[in-house]
Design a binder for this molecule. Sequence first.
Ligand code: PHE
Length: 459
Amino acid sequence: AQPSRLSAAARGSFATALGALVATIGSAVGLGNIWKFPYLVGNNGGAAFIILYLVCTLLVGLPVMIAEIMMGRKARANAIQTMRALSPSARQPWWLIGAAGALAAFLIMAFYTEVAGWVFAYVFKAISGAILSTDPQVTSQAFTDLVTSPFQSLLWQWIVLAVISLIIVNGVSKGIEATTKRLIPLLLVMLIIIAVRSLTLPGASQGLAFLFTPDFSKITGAAVLTAMGLAFFKLSIGMGTMITYGSYWKEDQNIPTGTARVMLADLSVSVLAGLAVFPAVFAFGFEPAAGPSLLFITIPSVFASMPFGGVFMTLFFILTAFAATGAMLSLLEVPIAYMNERFAISRVKATLITTGLLAVVGAPAALSSSTLSGVKLFGMNFFDLYDFASSNLLLPIGGLFIAIFVGWFWGRKNVFEALTNSGVLKNEGVVRAFWVIVRFVTPVLVILVLLNGLGIIGG
Ligand code: PHE
């Protein structure tokens, strides 16, 4: 109905299958692994929460990721136009999923760029030694000084926006793919070094016990919703990022295997982050359940307690900044690809428009601990509201409709063709399992978890 104004040949794409995989891992791996995962595990009782998260990842996360990548690759378009193009009839408004996704991308970016801004700031504070104190009072004061300063909050958010803009204007392959190919291996090496350091501290075993011994008494409906929200957020699904990235995947790439690799790589980073954080937290007698400030208050004190702590802390915040960068590139790409293809707006202009809008939508999140700290909607400040509304509502609802679309509207033939590369791959068993899960298991689980987590059904 609405043709792209950009010719298909002018579309960007990842140069190689490996590059496509690494860029997609770069989208999944982010603050979710290093900032969210540890504090959510800490707040929700450790191993039992991890098990819930795994179940959600396998039965909801992976199927939705497969669905998104295959739709994008089939339509070779941005998220909104992919939904339009694949819709069986022009009267069915499936493009709304794409539009809701673009909204979610903005909400996520609004608070994500703020947390990324703190991380960027912390790289410098770690180098200067400003946060190298074993006294949580001191590190807490440093964090409070940062977040309660309207000037610093906005400044660091804008620095982050500028950095990712400078990368993304270079395009899908020269910008996103080239950057993630450099950052992801470095990130892994740094994370492994820190995990080994943490695991070899005296008293590390208590942290391991916390991570791997489940206590199901801590699990409530809200905790299950949080685990599912984390699974969506982690895999960058339910909002069009994976549709957009899938549209840059190679035609002969194996989607079930590729997405499973992305999921496993992402999971490994989360587990490594847990191994980097909890053994050290317990070894030095800190509290695991510090909430969102775990990364910014507890962890600096934990590092300060170990020999050469300043070095490890600097590495840790640099790797976190790398992780955040790959994820933000994928968030930005959703609106940029749309504007570029639908309206033939150049990447540079589309980037400027998107970043300009983000500076506006992001300001309330950036100022939510200072100027706007008194403003509460549904009992939450802007920062928490953006986070809750996107992870726990928009992404699961988006994912639900994507699963329903693929399982019930797009057609079995299209799904089997896309996942077997038109019969080239001999993976019928995998595809059949996917077909059952995406039709029945994923939608039912998402609906139950949403209703229960919002307190509409169950106890
Ligand atoms: N997956 C990213 C992370 O865990 C966040 C993200 C969500 C990125 C949605 C893109 C889309 O940090």
